[in-house]
Write a protein that binds this ligand. Structure first.
Ligand code: SF4
Length: 352
């Protein structure tokens, strides 16, 4: 079943696009000190290798804004700058080739400063992401609505209107909360009002295990309901994990394919092969193989053949052996000790 995606505007960000019919991109944020160019570039390289498509860096001061030029030269994915209040940092980042700004115009100060930033981004059509976070809602919103979806949306819309009044529409919006339901309601409310592309995620989701579950539930619900044009999984840990999780969320919904799709059964008393270690070893052996096929690793001949037939390649375990399926047909019986080598060989043949 295809997911019907909301129709949003398409905005360019470096050499990729966000929104419209462009693929839902996966992004992350470095956790190095941006002023340390060597560390920052090396982390971005690791993120690129993991499949990151946009990377954001924090710009706390002018030295960090100055580093943008050098960082940009050493990386190959679009670079976004995270700026809080200081419009001068935004101007400097744009001068140094930044591809996207994350800044809330309402926090910059007087109108002249906002105009300076908008005029500058207009020259290169650099998008601005407006990001509202439930933890930093303005007092007026909290007094009016409390911490709620209405408060998040109205706060974001205030920033949106500032840019629209300056005739700028290369806008991306995020509304983040660590509460999944609040986040969902806020994006839903917002998407009924605007068609700007949405950057989605569950903020401060937690450590890798908990954060992965929370993000999968939150981001997954949004995506299933057609919302989201780019995503970031926020985890307390190595940002490379954020990319892995983000890609797997998209892959599990069939929205994008990044590599082999594994199907494996949970095993039960019917299983007569060591399916768990077999599946782990197979994933390890095929790590990095860029093939968009599906492999079903099933424990027995009860439910096994059905799944194994649906996949491009599959096995259904028997007594110390397995039946090998290819494109729905049984090819041969393989002894347990040869299952991995046989599957790897088959994948390589298909991928040629
Ligand atoms: S495929 Fe077979 S072994 Fe695996 S869970 Fe189903 S019945 Fe059990």
């Amino acid at each position: 079943m295809n997911i019907v995606r909301n129709k949003t505007k398409k905005v360019r960000c470096g050499d990729i696009y966000i929104g419209g019919d462009s693929p839902i991109s996966v992004q992350s944020m470095t956790n190095t000190d941006t002023r340390n160019i060597t560390d920052t570039v090396s982390q971005i390289k690791r993120l690129e290798d993991a499949g990151c498509e946009i990377v954001r860096i924090a710009i706390p001061d002018m030295e960090a804004a100055e580093a943008v030029g050098k960082i940009k030269k050493s990386i190959s994915i679009p670079l976004a700058a995270d700026i809080h209040f200081d419009y001068r940092l935004a101007l400097k980042c744009v001068e140094n080739g930044i591809d996207k700004l994350r800044i809330n115009p309402g926090n910059i100060g007087d109108e002249d400063r906002v105009k300076q930033v908008v005029n500058k981004v207009k020259e290169r059509e650099i998008p601005i992401r407006i990001g509202v976070n439930s933890g930093s809602l303005e007092k007026s919103m909290l007094e009016k609505y409390g911490v709620s979806s209405k408060a998040l949306v109205e706060s974001a819309m205030k920033h949106v209107r500032i840019l629209e009044n300056l005739d700028y529409d290369k806008i991306i919006i995020s509304l983040k909360a660590s509460d999944v339901k609040l986040t969902f309601d806020a994006y839903k409310l917002l998407s009924e009002q605007v068609n700007y592309p949405l950057h989605i995620g569950i903020t401060e989701a937690g450590t890798i295990w908990r954060g992965t579950i929370k993000s999968a539930v939150g981001i997954g619900s949004l995506l299933l309901n057609g919302m989201g044009d780019t995503l970031r999984v926020s985890l307390t840990g190595d940002p490379v994990e954020e990319i892995k999780v983000g890609r797997e969320i998209l892959q599990s919904l069939g929205i994008r394919r990044f590599g082999i799709n594994y199907i494996s059964c949970p095993t039960c008393g019917r299983c007569q092969i060591d399916l768990e270690s077999l599946t782990h070893r197979l994933e390890k052996e095929l790590n990095g193989v860029d093939s968009k096929i599906s492999i079903a690793v099933m424990g027995c001949s009860v439910n096994g053949p059905g799944e194994a037939r649906e996949a491009d390649i599959g096995i259904a375990g028997g007594k110390n052996s397995a039946l090998l399926f290819k494109k729905g047909k049984v090819i041969k019986k393989v002894p347990e000790g040869e299952i991995i080598d046989t599957l790897v060989e088959e994948v390589k043949n298909i991928s040629k």
